[in-house]
Design a protein around this ligand. Structure first.
Ligand code: NAD
Length: 351
């Protein structure tokens, strides 16, 4: 067996139906007394509920959450934190809300409690990101690793398949790249494969039975496993590509993931025979094609053109992908990047 090493990340995870009610206890556990709630405005009822549970510990609620953490809004939140003397944040929402909490942890050192409502996985990683115009800046810093994550499947009951599908493909991308990303190791591979198994099994059932709390729980659990892997292993061609396309064209993060994943896996397949075989076993053969089919079954967009990439978008992105994916498990040159991006742009099933 090959030797391996990795840093086990700290953090507390609470998983279960209704457990958002425990957010006050978790604030106490961190000995925090003044909390800013950062909330995606999609669910006013839950915002009001969390505000009620936080009670006198709540000093402000910030709802100007936008995707990719625009710097101007992050600065607004930081000013709010400073003016209120907050000593912790609670974020409620998808990866965007989590990202704002991380922006504050990075500059002000505040501990963050996350209550995720999508499958983005950011709540488990020490990766932060901000955006300014077309430029997206990211970094890895343990200060931004959330201290506590409360997974309450009830909060995903209202997630429509139009958001749940792409978001789950984002989680699957974390698990798949976890098998061959820069920090891959046997422990993370075991978790990644279990994540792929849980997600690929339960997503179609959840789509057919969206009110089933059991199926919602299973999918959230699979996404949690994927986040664990992302946090340790890091990313490869797939995520580097999404990062570039998100910065250049402002494409929706989760939808991009749904489009790019099968093509990135198909490109990497020759360089990862063992991992690909293990994925085949879980997915029933032809892993890249199966992921493409799963994405179609979840009604996610199939092409980058469909989600707003300009018709000449490939040419501009290709050299950036080559540079960003220099450490990918399979090296990629300009012609290959153009071909790969063209496949993503057009959205045909990978062969
Ligand atoms: P998001 O947080 O922007 O949410 C997408 C949409 O879903 C929003 O319109 C939101 O209002 C809505 N929504 C969220 N929860 C809902 C629910 N339960 N019911 C109904 N609607 C709901 O998107 P996302 O895909 O969760 O996160 C994307 C962001 O997270 C990107 O900026 C990405 O870069 C970042 N991200 C970061 C990491 C990391 O490790 N740093 C990992 C993954 C994603």
């Amino acid at each position: 067996m090959e030797p391996f090493d990795y840093d086990v990340l700290p953090g507390r995870v609470i998983f279960g139906v209704g457990r958002r009610s425990e957010v006050g206890d978790e604030v106490e556990r961190l000995t925090a007394t003044r909390v800013v709630l950062i909330a995606d405005a999609h669910d006013q009822e839950t915002i009001a509920y969390i505000e009620g549970v936080l009670g006198e510990r709540l000093v402000a609620t910030f709802t100007e959450v936008a995707q990719h953490v625009p710097v101007a809004l992050a600065e607004k939140l930081r000013a709010l934190v400073a003016s209120t003397g907050a000593n912790a944040t609670v974020s409620l929402g998808g990866g965007s809300a989590t990202g704002f909490g991380k922006a504050v942890s990075l500059t002000h050192g505040l501990p963050q409690i996350c209550i995720p409502t999508t499958y983005a996985g950011s709540e488990l990683t020490p990766i932060w990101g901000t955006s300014s115009g077309e430029v997206k800046e990211t970094g890895r810093d343990l200060r931004v690793l959330p201290r506590t994550v409360i997974y309450d499947p009830e909060l995903t009951l209202g997630l429509p398949i139009s958001i749940a599908g792409p978001s789950a493909m984002n989680a699957l991308a974390h698990a798949v790249e976890g098998l061959y990303g820069p920090g891959a190791n046997p422990v993370m591979s075991a978790i990644a494969l279990e994540s792929v198994r849980v997600l690929s099994t339960h997503l179609p059932i959840m789509k057919a039975a969206p009110a089933s709390i059991e199926e919602r729980s299973k999918v959230l659990y699979g996404a949690y496993l994927a986040g664990v892997v992302l946090a340790v292993v890091g990313t490869a061609l797939h995520h580097k590509t999404c990062h570039i396309l998100g910065g250049l064209y402002g494409l929706d993060h989760a939808k991009m993931n749904a489009v790019v994943l099968p093509h990135a896996l198909a490109f990497n397949a020759p360089a990862i025979p063992e991992a690909y075989e293990r994925l085949n076993t879980v997915l029933g053969g032809d892993a890249a094609g199966q992921l493409y089919d799963l994405a179609r079954a979840l009604d996610t967009p199939s092409s980058l053109l469909e989600i707003g990439m300009p018709a000449d978008g490939v040419e501009r992105a290709a050299p950036l992908v080559v540079r960003a994916a220099a450490d990918n498990v399979r090296s990629i040159d300009l012609d290959q990047a153009v071909a790969f991006l063209t496949n993503c742009a057009n959205g045909q099933r990978p062969s």
